[in-house]
Design a binder for this molecule. Structure first.
Ligand code: NAX
Length: 331
């Protein structure tokens, strides 16, 4: 039998946490033969609720779940973890300035970065979900200099999956037959969902999404907007933000990162930019990536037309601004 993997979920008493921990305990994230020990962190006001989640995990009698640590102590939470899914953060409340929200999250991610750096297992992989996800991940990277930058990422897989879902609905095909959409940039409304290289598996072989949809106005307009605004549409409908789809996307992200992407398929991950596609180096930016042996690699050589170029730059500009704002909160 395999040794258990320790998986940290911060903000585990929240909405996404409640959807995510049972998925991890069932093997959705790391596979049906991989035992796990869950580390759950939240803040003291949520301690009782966190303990309730722990009770339910016990009651669910998951065969793969070999232990549960539920704590409000960040050092205890981070000790020995192999994977860290950072869902906890300070939400934007009505009437709050962007700078105030940023400042709260910068201080959270700065201190959690240090705890991970000192106490996590060597080669721990980190996924930041909490918003502003890209910039929280960047702060985490800056304050955990001994964690390799290739081990720090943020979640844009939900946006990626939303794009697959929209194409599948529009063409009335199975979502599993659609692949290679790309989310470029920030997990925000400036993200660019790009279908220029996306394909659908049909009985007549692989066909380009653009060819099958045959409606560039829709693809360049409503489609992009729908994916960009999907989070807000869910809030409007549910009166709560996306949770099950976010949890599922977090599992997809880690699973593909650890176990590899299928041959010929790429996924979107927010990763540390090396300047690929003329995206400024030093931002956490969502790129198309393939994964093998536990490492991601940015897909190279895709053609970028003028329309796309503008959109890649726009979302990069927003990230540069966020980075400057985050740094201004440090001083
Ligand atoms: P909730 O407010 O339900 O849960 C957040 C939890 O984090 C709470 O239990 C809170 O007590 C805890 N928390 C706050 N500060 C903490 C700290 N310093 N250490 C540990 N825990 C802390 O929010 P939920 O709906 O679960 O969303 C969580 C985060 O995911 C939010 O920042 C949200 O904006 C972000 N999202 C990101 C998405 C993505 O695709 N990247 C999509 C979904 C989601 O909107």
């Amino acid at each position: 039998a395999k040794d258990p993997v320790r998986v940290l979920v911060t903000g585990a008493a929240g909405q996404i946490g409640y959807a995510l921990v049972p998925m991890i305990a069932r093997g959705v994230m790391l596979g049906p033969d991989q035992p796990v020990i869950l580390h759950m962190l939240d803040i003291p006001p949520a301690a009782e609720s966190l303990n309730g989640v722990k009770m339910e995990l016990v009651d669910a009698a998951f065969p793969l779940l070999k232990g549960v640590v539920a704590t409000t102590d960040v050092v205890e939470a981070c000790t020995g973890v192999n994977i860290a899914v950072m869902v906890g953060g300070f939400p934007r409340k009505e009437g709050m300035e962007r700078k105030d929200v940023m400042s709260k999250n910068v201080s959270i991610y700065k201190s959690q970065a240090s705890a991970l750096e000192k106490h996590a297992a060597a080669n721990c992989k980190v996924l930041v979900v909490a918003n502003p996800a890209n910039t929280n991940a960047l702060i985490l990277k800056e304050f955990a200099p001994s964690i390799p930058e290739k081990n720090i990422s943020c979640l844009t897989r939900l946006d990626h999956n939303r794009a697959l879902g929209q194409i599948s609905e529009r063409l009335n095909v199975q979502v599993s037959d659609v692949k290679n959409v790309i989310i470029w940039g920030n997990h925000s409304s400036t993200q660019y969902p790009d279908v220029n290289h996306a394909t659908v598996n049909t009985t007549a072989g692989e066909k380009a999404v653009r060819e099958l949809v045959a409606d560039d106005a829709w693809l360049n307009g409503e489609f992009i907007k729908t994916v960009q605004q999907r989070g807000a549409a869910i809030i409007k409908a549910r009166k709560l933000s996306s949770a099950l789809s976010a949890a599922s996307a977090a599992c997809d992200h880690i699973r593909d990162w650890v176990l590899g992407t299928p041959e010929g398929t790429w996924v979107s991950m927010g990763v540390y930019s090396d300047g690929s596609y003329n995206v400024p180096a030093g931002l956490i930016y969502s790129f198309p990536v393939t994964c093998q042996n536990g490492e991601w690699k940015i897909v190279q050589g895709l053609s970028i037309d003028e329309f796309s170029r503008k959109k890649l730059d726009l979302t990069a500009d927003e990230l540069s601004e966020e980075k400057a704002l985050a740094y201004s909160c440090l001083s």
